[in-house]
Design a protein around this ligand. Structure first.
Ligand SMILES: O=C1O[C@H](COP(=O)(O)O)[C@@H](O)[C@H](O)[C@H]1O
Length: 238
């Protein structure tokens, strides 16, 4: 069962989300000495970056930040999630060593394998167990780079999968798969704006056939917790 956190404005979503991340980090560092975080791209970048950059309670030396999905674009492109976090947060704080980026120069299949190897330097075991994954959701119900009807929704072996036909540009991306997402200790969607309201209503509406579930509705942590952080616009049809 998802826990809903409904805030009255995008600014409040931003403040709440940053506190949610930092509180989770403090708990993880106290318990295990490290905080493993996965971030998404799109609107989440602006929601998170400045609040995290200004937060004095972040012990960056204990954070390891990966990308839930990433576009194969150069870091100087606006499409690069790493590039955006770099200019809006990483360069300002000087926390470069905490972030694990993809190599966008590689062909997409190799890039996914290479990124999976990078994860394996931090995580042992058959599946990584992230402390927290921050997910976005597009108006079509996609999350990470897992799109409605795409064969990647069935991927059961890879940690990181390549996609070269993303319906949302750019077409070449790498993405975490459901076994990774659903193995996290905590997963939080961050969604703002009334443009997401119909899709959020669909996500929370039960279906008679699991194959009809939108990608974001397939996020069901096996033993972790699921959170939806929304503003009143995004939650307006619930
Ligand atoms: O393409 C992507 O879109 C989703 C949703 O983005 P948003 O701007 O609608 O919030 C994002 O979560 C994902 O990381 C990104 O690659």
């Amino acid at each position: 069962m998802a826990q809903k956190h409904i805030l009255s404005s995008v600014d409040e979503v931003s403040t709440f989300s940053a506190k949610f991340v930092v509180d989770t980090a403090v708990e993880a560092i106290n318990e295990r000495g490290i905080f493993t975080l996965g971030v998404s791209g799109g609107s989440i970048i602006n929601i998170l970056a400045s609040n995290l950059a200004e937060n004095p309670n972040v012990n960056w030396s204990k954070w390891k930040v990966f990308f839930c999905d990433e576009r194969l674009s150069s870091f100087s492109s606006e499409d690069s999630t790493y590039g955006q976090f770099k200019s809006k947060l990483i360069d300002k704080v000087g926390c470069h060593d905490s972030w694990v980026a993809i190599n966008p120069e590689l062909p997409v299949v190799e890039c996914a394998k290479d990124y999976e190897e990078k994860l394996k330097k931090t995580f042992t075991g058959s599946w990584p167990e992230f402390d927290l994954l921050l997910l976005g959701m597009g108006p079509d119900g996609h999350t990470c780079s897992l799109f409605p009807g795409h064969q990647l929704l069935q991927e059961k072996e890879k940690w990181i999968a390549p996609i070269s036909d993303s319906p949302k540009p750019p077409p070449c991306r790498v993405t975490m798969t459901y076994p990774v997402i659903n193995n996290a200790r905590k997963v939080a969607f961050i969604s703002a704006g009334s443009g997401k309201a119909d899709t959020i209503k669909a996500i929370f509406t039960p279906v008679d056939d699991e194959s009809k579930l939108l990608p974001a509705a397939r996020v069901k942590p096996t033993s972790g917790s699921l959170h939806w952080i929304m503003d009143t616009g995004a939650a307006s049809k619930l």
